[in-house]
Design a protein around this ligand. Structure first.
Ligand code: ADP
Ligand code: GN1
Ligand code: MG
Length: 357
């Protein structure tokens, strides 16, 4: 591996002993020691059929964000990702095996929350960060972005892919997960709620992040304030409900995404309220009535969708999300389904909280 990486580094005029880094489920990430430090990432070809399109989107969005941040008096090299160019001036490098790599400036003195933060107030900070990110990108010309993963948050399509995986049963696991399968199929009636609203025009397409997991924000280690929204691979036209719902899926859970003790997993309404209030402070004036109406359901739907995706990958033999132990994707699906059930029980309270905010 290091030998391959040496050839990549050479394209950037660098040479160093790299080490694996971080907790992402998708890309391979390494840190390049030195001053400054850099972060090297190999883009997953299994996940992104066209890694160059991913890089073109990221080049455009990072440049756009940097300009906006600089114009607002911020620090564009800490508050946005900075791509290092290769010696011949490109924002990425494709090696002889066709693997695509990129290098970012390492944002020092920062940290990410890998589970929910200790207080609702800290979680609210992430709502401001994602809300502000959304506002910064509001003027970005959406037509310049490629749809790197088609139908990424089309929950109905995720259900279709689940049914196909079930049919195929590639890993021979379907028989062992019958209650989980039933749980998914019992929720078939809600999967089109957001896409239907997009189709009838009541929910607009915006440039969205689409992967607003809390660990995709770097916080400043000294001030504990949000610093930079990262993981821009899936920035593309989408619904604001995807970003809002996905952030709650992860950050309003009382436990880790892969917790095996399900008694520890609940959907915490105090966190839900803190996030919703802060998000609406940022974006309340731009929301359409239908976006507002679908806020509570979007948290449930993004959680259901993620659970469906984890279970689909378990059925497919763990080919998409990186796993670190047997049944890891099944464990992840369990937490998501537990959260869905809890949100169903709390839906009236969630609606009341949104109305109050
Ligand atoms: P994945 O798609 O695999 O989740 P990410 O881009 O989210 O990949 O990043 C993987 C890891 O690297 C995460 O742990 C994240 O905190 C860290 N990271 C990403 N970009 C930077 C950066 N510019 N500086 C410091 N750490 C970073
Ligand atoms: C993946 O890349 P990462 O780990 O931030 C996934 C998200 C899921 C998430 C679940 C491109 O996010 O869609 O919600 O795992 N990213 C992609 O933890 O599929
Ligand atoms: Mg990530």
């Amino acid at each position: 591996m290091q030998e391959k990486i040496n050839r990549v580094l050479a394209a950037y005029g660098l040479s160093a002993q790299v080490s694996p880094f971080g907790n992402g489920h998708i890309n391979h990430t390494f840190v390049i020691p030195g001053t400054p430090r850099y972060l090297l990432q190999r883009i997953s070809r299994d996940v992104f059929p066209d890694p160059i399109a991913v890089m073109e989107n990221i080049s455009k969005t990072t440049r756009f964000l940097q300009k906006k941040i600089a114009a607002g008096g911020g620090d564009p090299t800490r508050q946005a990702l900075t791509l290092l160019p290769t010696l011949d001036g490109k924002d990425y490098f494709v090696d002889e095996d066709g693997e695509t790599y990129r290098i970012y400036l390492f944002i020092e003195e920062s940290f990410a929350y890998e589970t929910a933060p200790e207080t609702p107030e800290q979680f609210a900070l992430s709502a401001h960060a994602f809300g502000e990110f959304q506002k910064l990108l509001a003027e970005f010309p959406a037509e310049e972005l490629k749809e790197v993963i088609p139908k990424f948050h089309d929950t109905a399509n995720r259900l279709k892919q689940f049914r196909q995986a079930l049919e195929k049963d590639a890993a021979g696991r379907a028989a062992s997960v019958q209650p989980e399968i039933e749980f998914v199929l019992a929720h078939a009636s809600i999967v089109s709620k957001i896409t239907d609203a997009i189709a009838d025009g009541s929910v607009p397409l915006r440039v969205t992040h689409n992967d607003t997991k809390l660990n995709n924000i770097l916080f400043d280690a000294n001030t504990k304030q949000p610093l930079c929204v990262i993981d821009l691979d899936t920035v593309m036209p989408g619904s604001l409900l995807y970003d809002y719902g996905d952030a709650l899926r992860f950050g309003a859970s009382t436990g880790a995404e892969d917790e095996t003790d399900l008694s520890k997993i609940e959907f915490d309404l105090t966190y839900f309220k803190a996030f919703t209030k802060a998000y609406l402070e940022e974006l309340g004036d731009v929301l359409t009535p239908m976006e507002r109406e679908l806020l509570p359901l979007s948290a449930l739907m993004m959680t259901l969708e993620c659970g469906i995706r984890f279970l689909t990958d378990h059925l497919n033999g763990d080919v998409y999300f990186r796993i670190h132990r047997p049944n890891h994707n099944l464990d992840r699906a369990h937490t998501q389904f537990k959260l869905v059930a809890d949100m169903e029980a709390k839906m009236e309270q969630m609606k009341a909280i949104v109305a109050e905010c």
